[in-house]
Write a protein that binds this ligand. Structure first.
Ligand SMILES: Cc1cc2nc3c(=O)[nH]c(=O)nc-3n(C[C@H](O)[C@H](O)[C@H](O)COP(=O)(O)O)c2cc1C
Length: 192
């Protein structure tokens, strides 16, 4: 049978969503390689899963600059209601303008307006100015389709490595690894 770790990932994500207690099961730690060569990390919410990988979005932010310079990242999910961790390593692929537009259109209005109002990761002398800017864009775009800002992009994380870990407080952890080898996947267990 063909190994499909993305399918397993989706099943685990769906199980965490169904449990209903995790308010943000799509949240994960996105690790990048900083412009100075040192690691950098922050939480992100993934925007979707396709048969090619995982979609995340960004703007001309620090993470955007880092992924442009070194298009390799790690995503780490912790799903407390099922006591599971998933670690993914992969390549960052820039999506087409058409895909960017489709993904932006699917975001909720508040996210769209924040994308216009905030120049993410840039210094600001007064943080309350964002509120003003947000209100101004809300007015400008009232009853209009909000277009995608030029600096807003979606990225496909094309996985090369998965580790699925199940924590069992009464037993040893099970660590299941899938590594990409050419066009197929190899599967093995590693010790806790
Ligand atoms: C649970 C959680 C989810 C987040 N989701 C996103 C997200 O989807 N997109 C985003 O740009 N920032 C998100 N953030 C904020 C990021 O952690 C980070 O502050 C922001 O992306 C700027 O990071 P950068 O300066 O390294 O680019 C989230 C933060 C948390 C705690």
């Amino acid at each position: 049978m063909k190994l499909d770790p993305l399918k397993k990932f989706t099943e685990w994500l769906d199980k965490e969503k169904k449990h209903g207690q995790n308010k943000m099961p799509t949240a994960c730690c996105l690790s990048t390689i900083g412009l100075d060569g040192a690691p950098n990390a922050r939480y992100m919410s993934i925007k979707g899963v396709t048969d090619k990988g995982i979609i995340i979005t960004g703007v001309s932010s620090v993470k955007g600059e880092e992924m442009n310079k070194t298009p390799k990242v790690a995503l780490t999910f912790w799903w407390p209601t099922n006591f599971r961790q998933v670690r993914i390593r992969g390549n960052v692929i820039n999506l087409s303008e058409e895909d960017d537009n489709k993904i932006f259109d699917s975001c909720d209005e508040r996210i769209k307006l924040i994308s216009w109002a905030s120049n993410q990761s840039k210094e600001i002398n007064d943080p309350f100015k964002i509120e003003k800017s947000f209100k101004q864009y809300s007015k400008n775009f009232a009853n209009k389709t909000i277009p995608k800002p030029k600096h807003w992009h979606a990225y496909l994380i094309e996985p090369e490595y998965f580790e699925f870990m199940e924590l069992d407080p009464k037993a040893f952890q099970i660590r299941l690894v899938f590594s990409k080898c050419e066009q197929s996947w190899e599967k093995k267990y590693i010790q806790p």
